[in-house]
Design a protein around this ligand. Structure first.
Ligand SMILES: [Mg+2]
Length: 244
């Protein structure tokens, strides 16, 4: 029998999207379910997210599994602890952008600049519609010089604008890294479950290698399957050990 390598996104996959990122907590029951899956002998779990690694580990709270934070720029788990060297080098730029953004956005209600050290997120879910153009204008003014000098990349998903160092690395590359470096020669079948555009890189990477699921409706996904919502993710997880 093949071992299952289960990649799980966090926000929007293991927990519903919430108004403020720190409120995205796992219920005890769901945490217990995940823990049980992670201790099933032929299943390995990797929780992979755009969140900072330390934050992700704290939110999930399950020991002995792999975690990939900041879209895979930082990875930890059994006998594993690493940070992408180029991402490490880009830290001062992210810090500078954070400082400028915080200064310029001061006084605009509902904005939240989340410092993830290697990347940065501007959350605007709570910004009033009337103030949104101003927020977006400030964001593009602050980030423009760094974009022009190709120091950063910007992604926008689910009311979050994200600044990342301009490095050829994403969830797809991270998933392939796991297959190559951590599970090479082992008979593993990868499964990836995620809910937004940053997960599409992983869906593409696993096209001929495993099974992929996008949570929520999407007309343009590269995932092989679509599942309705977070509840359905847990239904699926419950049956996993039986089906493979
Ligand atoms: Mg997500």
């Amino acid at each position: 029998m093949k071992n299952l390598l289960l990649f799980l996104d966090y926000d929007g996959t293991l927990t519903p999207i919430v108004k403020k990122p720190h409120l995205a907590k796992l219920s005890k029951a769901r945490q217990a379910k995940l823990r049980k899956i992670s201790t099933t002998p032929h299943i390995r779990v990797v929780v992979i997210s755009g969140r900072k690694l330390a934050d992700l580990k704290k939110l999930v709270g399950i020991p002995g599994i792999f975690y990939a934070g900041n879209h895979g720029f930082e990875i930890s788990g059994p006998k594993t602890s690493l940070v992408h060297p180029k991402a490490k080098a880009a830290k001062p730029i992210i810090a500078k952008i954070k400082k400028e953004l915080t200064k310029e956005l001061k006084g605009i209600k509902g904005t939240l600049v989340e410092d993830k050290t290697l990347t940065l997120s501007l959350h605007y879910r709570l910004v009033k519609a009337a103030a949104l153009p101003k927020v977006k204008k400030i964001f593009s003014q602050v980030t423009e010089p760094y974009l022009k000098s190709k120091k950063i990349r910007i992604t926008e998903v689910k009311k979050v604008l994200e600044v990342r160092p301009n490095i050829d690395w994403d969830k797809g590359k991270a998933v392939l890294w796991f297959l190559e470096k951590k599970f090479k020669g082992k008979r593993v079948f990868p499964i990836f479950i995620g809910d937004d555009t940053t997960d599409e890189d992983a869906f593409i990477a696993l096209k001929d290698k495993g099974s992929t699921f996008r949570v929520g409706r999407s007309e343009t996904t590269h995932a092989k399957h679509i599942i309705k919502d977070v509840d359905q993710v847990y239904h699926l997880l419950e049956f996993l050990p039986l089906e493979f």
